[in-house]
Design a protein around this ligand. Structure first.
Ligand code: AMP
Length: 249
C-alpha cells in the first residue's frame, strides 16, 4: 500500500506574525519557517502505518519554492521514503495545489492520501476536500483516528456534536486533526539518513494544470488590540459595569 502525504512550508507556529506595512500580506523575510503542524501529524500517521506493516511506501509531496525542500527533508527524516518537490516560486492557492496534487496522484496512484486539515498560514481548509472531489475519491476530514482494513479506511472525525465514524473505500483522502497523534521529533541519525533519500523535482508550470490564482487578497490587517481589563470591588459593581459600560446585559 502506498501512502502520499502533502507537506507545506509555513511560518513556524511559535513566531509572532507581523503584517507588512502596506497591508499586502504578512512578513516572511527573516522569519523562522517550519512544516505545517497538521502536516507533521499527517507524516506521523503515514510512518506509523508503515511501521505497523500496513503501508509499504510513504511519499511526501510539497509545492513551493526551492526552500520547501527543507520541509521535504524533515518529512524524510521523520520516516517518509522519498519526496516529490513541485517547484513554484509563486505561492499557490489551495485550488492550484489541489490540481497539482491531483496530477501527482494520477502518476503515483496512492491508496491513501493524508493532508493536514488546514495550513496555519492561509487557514483555508480546502486542499484535501478539493483534491478528493477532483479525484472522485471519498474523503474523511478532521480525522482523530484512522484504521485500515480490507481495502477500507475507517475514520473517526471530530464534528461539532462529538465524534462521527465513516467508512471509506480506498483510494481515499484523509485530513488530519490535532488529536490524531503526537508527531515524533526526527533524531539526528535519521536527519543524516534523510539527506540520502531521493527527492524528485518537477516544475509546477510543466504539469499541464491551470495554476493561475482565482482569489485576490484585498488587504491584510492586524486584529484590534485588546484593551486592559479592570478589577471590580464587588458583584454589584460588576453588574453595573456589564450593564452600563460593556452593555452586554
Ligand atoms: P489549506 O487548504 O491551504 O488550509 O491546506 C490544507 C492542507 O493541504 C495542508 O495541511 C497541506 O497538507 C496541504 N497543502 C496546502 N498547500 C500545500 C503546498 N503548497 N504544498 C504541499 N501541501 C500543501
Amino acid at each position: 500500500m502506498k501512502v502520499l502525504v502533502a507537506v507545506k512550508r509555513v511560518i513556524d507556529y511559535n513566531v509572532n506574525v507581523r503584517v507588512k506595512a502596506d497591508g499586502s500580506g504578512v512578513e516572511t523575510s527573516n522569519v523562522k519557517m517550519a512544516m505545517n503542524p497538521f502536516d507533521e501529524i499527517a507524516v506521523e500517521e503515514a510512518v506509523r502505518l508503515k511501521e505497523a506493516g500496513v503501508a509499504d511506501e510513504v511519499v511526501a509531496v510539497t509545492v513551493g519554492s526551492a526552500a520547501s525542500q527543507e520541509t521535504l527533508r524533515t518529512a524524510l527524516a521523520m520516516g517518509a521514503d522519498r519526496g516529490i518537490h513541485v517547484v513554484s516560486d509563486e505561492e499557490l492557492q489551495p485550488l492550484a495545489v489541489a490540481k497539482v496534487l491531483k496530477s501527482i496522484c494520477l502518476e503515483e496512484m496512492p491508496d491513501l492520501v493524508i493532508v493536514g486539515k488546514q495550513a496555519i498560514d492561509d487557514d483555508s481548509n480546502q486542499t484535501g476536500q478539493m483534491l478528493a472531489a477532483m479525484m472522485k475519491w471519498p474523503q474523511g476530514t478532521f480525522a482523530s483516528k484512522v484504521e485500515l482494513n480490507d481495502s477500507k479506511a475507517v475514520v473517526i472525525r471530530e464534528v461539532d456534536g462529538g465524534l462521527e465514524t465513516v467508512g471509506l473505500s480506498m483510494p481515499c483522502v484523509v485530513t488530519t486533526d490535532l488529536r490524531l497523534n503526537e508527531p515524533r521529533y526526527a533524531s539526528l541519525p535519521n536527519i543524516m539518513k534523510a539527506k540520502k533519500k531521493p527527492i524528485e523535482e518537477k516544475q509546477a508550470s510543466a504539469l499541464g494544470v491551470d495554476i493561475a490564482p482565482r482569489l485576490t487578497v484585498v488587504s491584510v490587517s492586524e486584529p484590534p488590540k485588546r484593551e486592559a481589563g479592570i478589577v471590580v470591588e464587588d458583584v454589584s459593581q460588576l453588574v453595573d459595569k456589564l450593564k452600563n459600560v460593556a452593555k452586554v446585559i
